[in-house]
Design a binder for this molecule. Structure first.
Ligand code: AMP
Ligand code: MG
Length: 501
């Protein structure tokens, strides 16, 4: 029997927040993967169920006891343009779970058939994007980036019509909340302040119960969302992750990475890297992500401000004061993260620490100039610490091979050495610290693509499983898994990613 400890609250908010919708059954569901560890942490038990039973449940053909399936309403700014009604067009919330640790999580099927919010879409997902979301979201979790998780993936035995016919899939994903900035926009745009308040109250109870004691709980909620978003985007930057569609409907109120579409980790470092085929103006380019975060939070401020104070001017002042904390908060997180990547301590004399930002940015500049691989540069830099240890030499380092102009690299390494000498920490300890934050393995595009190709073209899921396995331990060098570490060969490079809708 499938037991999911549902504790549904969203369904009590009222009809304007959602539409109850059953998933549409699929022809021949087949289980690709069930995330046992995640299930266990959520208190989900699957006693006596085989793969076929799980496939039925996680395709939406059977519904677990206690589930109240519904599609959530939301709006959103897509590429800067407001769309008053989006909503779950291909996703269905099965319900909320209260985990054994006392945390709330939402469990949702994606690709489970049409809803009233589907507009012209079919409510389905192609297998490729399902596998991509599974791999990338689980890799993010293992890297330590706040993210929705993947609980299950199935093939449907049906085809979906895209540019061509593609096999269909359903992913079950788990979030601390599926409420988005766009959910607040949905009600604010309708002038329904009571609903905005109800939503904010729900978010406080569901995700941030400690805030209910704050002097101004709604302002405290907004401040928390701002802080979490600044921290989240600093994490993305730390790993070279590009979300690709940071529309307000794709920004979670719980500070998690959500809605994996045309996302990608970059190989060669480029300041303004874009992968998404639909991001023609680079609105969501790598370096633009921090600024877009603030833009989205400003939209949220516009929705929430009336809750901060009955006096409009005071409310706007409060909103502005909170928004101004974002930039500093982001920069602090970025500096702490990037220092750690470079093995620099953060508790150091201001006179020395003051130049760290310049030092780090100059590394990024020469990486860009030399088309150096982002992940490997930092990973090899951590390894180099070992070479300093062993032979006090940086000659013939693998790091050199990443740079066309080795003089630029060596100049930087010399400055780095001088800076390192100010930290009173052993080289061994520094190396351990660096290796704990600089991954060996990330879900590289060409590897994700290879997993999708094998599954779609040959019905071979072994590539997906192998890659997923490697990505579970991204910081440990794994015997025999070097191919997952390396950047693509010229013929393997993925230049563009697609939404897959
Ligand atoms: P996304 O770009 O995935 O964030 O989706 C934006 C909006 O389009 C959301 O309201 C989705 O539910 C909806 N949508 C995307 N793909 C489909 C689809 N295949 N069928 C129905 N709605 C979709
Ligand atoms: Mg979305």
């Amino acid at each position: 029997m499938l037991h999911i400890p549902f504790n549904n609250q969203y369904a009590t908010l009222g009809q304007s927040f959602f539409t109850e919708t059953m998933p549409s059954p699929v022809a021949k569901p087949k289980l690709i993967k069930f995330n046992d560890d995640l299930a266990e942490s959520l208190g989900i038990s699957t006693t006596d169920l085989d793969a076929n039973d799980l496939a039925d449940f996680f395709a939406g053909n059977r519904i677990a006891d206690g589930s109240v399936p519904l599609a959530m309403a939301y709006a959103g700014h897509q590429f800067g343009n407001f769309v008053p009604q989006l909503g779950d067009g291909r996703a269905i919330l099965l319900g909320e779970v209260l985990s054994p640790d006392g945390d709330n999580f939402d469990v949702q099927l994606k690709g489970s058939g049409p809803t009233v919010y589907s507009r012209n879409g079919d409510g389905r997902a192609a297998l490729g994007p399902v596998l991509r979301e599974y791999l990338v979201s689980e890799a993010m979790a293992a890297l330590g980036v706040p993210t929705t998780r993947a609980l299950a993936a199935v093939t449907t035995g049906e085809e979906v019509v895209r540019e061509r016919l593609l096999p269909g899939g359903v992913i079950t994903r788990v979030a601390r909340s599926f409420i988005r900035v766009g959910t607040f926009e949905y009600f604010a745009a309708r002038g329904d302040l009571d609903a905005v308040r109800k939503l904010a109250d729900y978010v406080i109870v569901h995700n941030y119960p400690h805030l209910s004691d704050a002097d101004n709980p709604y302002a405290a909620l907004f401040q928390t969302v701002v802080d979490q978003q600044a921290a989240l985007i600093a994490k993305w930057m730390q790993f070279g992750f590009i979300h690709g569609v940071m529309n307000t409907d794709n920004m979670s109120i719980a500070g998690e990475t959500i809605d994996y579409g045309p996302c990608a980790f970059m190989d060669e470092y480029e300041h303004n890297k874009v992968f998404s085929s639909i991001d023609r103006n680079g609105r969501y380019a790598y370096n633009n992500q921090p600024a877009i975060g603030l833009w989205n939070l400003t939209r949220l401020a516009e929705c929430m401000a009336p809750l901060f104070n009955p006096d409009e001017d005071t409310a706007v002042e409060i909103a502005k004061d909170i928004l101004t904390t974002y930039q500093h908060s982001y920069e602090q997180h970025w500096l702490v993260n990037m220092r750690a990547k470079c093995g620099l301590s953060s508790d150091i004399d201001n006179a020395i620490a003051g130049d760290d930002k310049v030092l780090i940015e100059s590394l990024l500049d020469i990486m860009a100039h030399n088309h150096a691989d982002f992940t490997l540069t930092f990973s090899y830099l951590s390894q180099l610490m070992g070479e300093f240890l062993e032979q006090n030499s940086k000659q013939d380092s693998v790091l050199n091979n990443l740079f066309d102009n080795v003089t630029q690299l060596n100049n930087w390494l010399n400055k780095w050495q001088v800076r390192l000498s100010h930290d009173s920490i052993s080289t061994e300890q520094r190396q351990a610290n660096m290796q704990a934050v600089n991954p060996v393995y990330i879900p590289r595009n060409h590897q994700v693509e290879a997993a999708i190709r094998a599954a779609e073209d040959q019905n071979d899921f072994s590539v997906f499983h192998d890659l997923l396995e490697v990505l579970q331990n991204p910081y440990d060098q794994q015997e025999g898994n070097d191919k997952f570490r390396l950047p693509p060969r010229a013929d393997e490079i993925v230049y563009q990613t697609f939404c897959g809708t």
